[in-house]
Every structure is written in structure tokens, then in C-alpha cells.
Ligand binder design. Structure first.
Ligand SMILES: [Zn+2]
Length: 278
């Protein structure tokens, strides 16, 4: 082993490890119990996620929704580990395995790349979940529009229709969910709108009703907490109304969240209010 670079934690094939450290190096890693065999031909090095271990032990590779999550893509929460069968698993194991439109892809790594993963997720997620994932891929610049469309060039038209509803400006999954659901109700909604020189809002219904969705990870500190409240009052002074929601409000309590939005719309808070002349 000597003074070579430390090996990155992860799951590797025997061939990958031999290319990295040689046969002697691999034997040494196994002897030191730093490399642990997950199944024939696959080794775990150091700390890796439980989902990844489960995928390899079930006989495939981590793919689909689980791989997207690993790459930092926003995906709907769910209990399943999404596993794609590699050529060994296709012959030896029953699954369940995630499928894609078109022919199977050869396995290169323990975790599928974003294009392979989204092709599988297109069959595992519902339309909304698929758009959420695509929005996030575009927003995080993990793929371009052209690359995304190319991946689905042979997919059914429902996929093309879903892609046409994607918006790479979306900054979170709940934001995409709210946008799609409000559009389905034919409400005039836009996302990431600059309402003043300093204020960009998550969603704007009509011209005056602001919908903000707060993720606790970005709002955990005192400064941004204060900033949000100061902004609500600043925009209120020039005619806007703000409804503020959390992740849970959108994902788990949409019916109630929507009721309040519909009340605000019914009260006429979304178009330009008719100011009373003094
Ligand atoms: Zn899947």
C-alpha cells in the first residue's frame, strides 16, 4: 500500500480494485478487513450507505430513484431501495428490479450515473415525481435539456408530455409539486419571480399572491429567518400577500394548504388589487 493516495470509500468490482491497487494491494485490503466482500466480485471499502450495500447484496447495482438521491437530485421520499439488475442478477436473481424504456444498460459501476438512473426512474415514479426529479437534475446542472430529451428520444409520448412541463428554475421538489398542482387547477402561477430588485419568490399566483416554501435546511439560521419576515412585510407594503409553507405542508398536507390558497384567490388577493382612492 505504501504512500499511495487513500482509496475513496465506496463499492468496487474486483477488476476496479486490481486496477487501483494491484492484486497484492487487494489481498492486503482484505487481510486488513478494510475491504469487505458483499457478493462475488464486489467489495465494500470503508463506510458506504445501507442502500448501496442492499443493492449489491440483492444482486444488482444502485439505480433509479436511489441513485438519483445519491447524486443529490431531489426525489420524492419513499421506503424502497431501487436496484437495477446487472447481467449476473438477470441470470441468477428474481428481483424486484427497476426497468427502463428500451434495452438494458451494461453495468459499469456500483451506482448508476444520472442519465441511466433517470431512465429507470421514468418507469418507477409517477408523472409528478418524474417531473420533480427532472426539474432538480436541470436546476443542479447534472444534465442539460438536450441531454435529458436525448435520453427519452424513444420513450412513450407520455414522457415527452411530462418533459414539456419541466422547469429547470425550480429550486426544490415541493416547489415543483405546488407549481404542477396549481397549474392543473388553471391558476396563473410562475416560479422564481423577481418581485422587487432584491426579492425573488418561489411561486407567484397572478401578480400579487406570493407562495413561499421554506426548507428547514436553508432557513435554520437566525439571519435568514429574520430576512424572510422582513421581506414579507416589505412586499406587503407594496401590495403583495405572502403565504408561507413548509415541506410537510406541501408533501403531506396539500389539501389543507390548497384550501388556504383557494381562499386567498377567492378573496381576490392574486390579481392587482383595486386600491381605494383617498
Ligand atoms: Zn426504481
Amino acid at each position: 500500500m505504501g504512500d499511495m493516495d487513500p482509496i475513496r470509500h465506496g463499492v468496487y468490482t474486483t477488476a476496479q480494485l486490481i486496477a487501483m491497487v494491484g492484486r497484492t494491494g487487494l489481498a492486503e485490503l482484505i487481510r486488513l478487513e478494510y475491504a469487505r466482500q458483499l457478493r462475488r466480485g464486489w467489495y465494500q471499502l470503508g463506510e458506504v450507505s445501507q442502500n448501496l450495500v442492499a443493492a449489491i447484496q440483492r444482486g444488482g447495482v444502485l439505480s433509479c430513484v436511489s441513485a438519483l438521491e445519491h447524486h443529490g437530485v431531489w426525489v420524492p421520499e419513499g421506503p424502497d431501495v431501487h436496484v437495477r439488475a446487472d447481467s449476473w442478477a438477470t441470470r441468477n436473481r428474481k428481483g424486484p428490479f427497476c426497468r427502463q424504456f428500451g434495452r438494458p444498460t451494461p453495468t459499469a459501476e456500483a451506482i448508476d450515473d444520472v442519465p441511466t438512473a433517470i431512465r429507470h426512474a421514468a418507469r418507477c415514479l409517477d408523472t409528478e415525481g418524474f417531473i420533480v426529479a427532472c426539474d432538480s437534475i436541470l436546476n443542479r446542472r447534472l444534465m442539460t435539456w438536450d441531454q435529458l430529451e436525448y435520453q427519452f428520444r424513444d420513450a412513450p409520448t407520455a414522457i415527452a408530455r411530462a418533459l414539456s412541463r419541466c422547469d429547470g428554475d425550480a429550486e426544490s421538489g415541493p416547489e415543483t409539486m405546488a407549481r404542477l398542482r396549481l397549474m392543473d387547477l388553471r391558476l396563473p402561477v410562475r416560479i422564481q419571480v423577481e418581485v422587487t430588485d432584491d426579492d425573488r419568490v418561489d411561486l407567484l399566483i397572478g401578480d400579487w399572491l406570493i407562495i413561499e416554501i421554506d426548507g428547514w435546511e436553508y432557513h435554520g439560521d437566525r439571519k435568514s429567518f429574520q430576512h424572510d419576515r422582513t421581506r414579507d412585510r416589505r412586499t406587503f407594503r407594496i401590495g403583495y400577500h405572502t403565504l408561507r409553507y413548509t415541506y410537510d405542508d406541501i408533501v403531506f398536507d396539500w389539501a389543507r394548504s390548497l384550501t388556504d390558497i383557494q381562499r386567498a384567490v377567492a378573496a381576490g388577493l392574486h390579481p392587482r388589487p383595486n386600491r381605494r382612492r383617498v
